[in-house]
Design a protein around this ligand. Structure first.
Ligand code: SF4
Length: 257
């Protein structure tokens, strides 16, 4: 699938955050080439991006200049990179916006939390290991490479995410795993495997249920939505917490379930 890249100027860099423990959000791009079928970030993007989810990306070409002004004025705090895009999606390889803003934030004493599905984050290992202000979370929804290709078509395959997580952890970077959304296909043995990865990388595990949204009508997202409606989420999330407690892995709900 071809991707249309649009370059635009942004008026702001740091956004207000409603996430617990997070002061600011920063999204260097609008839209995401990873194109996850369940991604509801599309609902918070302009129509041209949301409707062609995965096929249209806006590059905020002046974000570093805007950020330079904002960090002189704003109170220091924790910045979540990113919330409605993936800062290490393929377009970042050449654009390098994420690297620029990461360097600026860390040099200015802001804490940075990165959430990604891409092992391109390893390119910035030098910045991440120099500073104790950064942590990196990998989203792992399944370890099944075939299913991952269907639901997260252009993201780094799960095993490569796991290897990147191991590398970051072994280099002393604080890491975490986001098991979300919990794919209704996930069975207990796979959940245990993901928790085991959290254990041996000393990563905290956050989870979130599969939230059914209006666009999940057809295709695999429609099928998953149907299954999600019938799931007993209380049982599943209790099971996840129990396994984590048994294996000594810190666990929390990403939102409220
Ligand atoms: S990587 Fe994240 S932001 Fe990108 S499509 Fe997937 S869920 Fe959405």
């Amino acid at each position: 699938m071809g991707v249309s890249v649009i370059r635009k100027k942004s008026r702001t860099a740091l956004g207000k955050s409603n996430l617990p423990g997070v002061d600011y959000t920063l999204n260097p791009y609008t839209g995401c080439m990873h194109g996850c079928v369940y991604c509801y970030a599309r609902l918070y993007c302009p129509q041209e991006v949301g409707e062609g989810w995965g096929a249209v990306v806006i590059v905020k070409e002046n974000i570093a200049e805007i950020l330079a002004k904002e960090i002189r004025k704003k109170k220091k705090g924790r910045v979540m990179v990113s919330t409605i895009t993936d800062a290490y999606q393929p377009v970042e390889r050449n654009e390098r916006l994420t690297r620029k803003v990461l360097e600026m934030l860390l040099n200015s004493g802001f804490r940075v939390s990165i959430q990604t599905k891409s092992d391109l984050v390893l390119r910035d290992l030098d910045l991440l290991t120099q500073s104790k202000l950064a942590d990196v979370g990998f989203t792992i929804t399944t370890l099944d490479e075939k299913l991952a290709k269907e639901i997260e078509p252009n993201a780094t395959p799960p095993q490569r995410r796991v290897r990147a997580l191991e590398r970051l952890s072994s280099e002393g970077v604080k890491t975490w795993i986001f098991l979300g959304p919990i794919i209704p296909e996930l069975d207990e043995s796979e959940i245990k495997e993901i928790i085991e990865i959290a254990r041996f990388t000393s990563s905290m595990l956050y989870y979130d249920i599969y939230r059914v949204k209006s666009f999940m009508k057809t295709g695999i997202e429609g099928i998953l939505a149907e299954k999600a409606r019938k799931m007993n989420w209380k049982t599943i999330t209790t099971k996840i917490r129990e396994i984590c407690h048994r294996r000594g892995v810190k666990v929390a709900s990403a939102f409220w379930y």
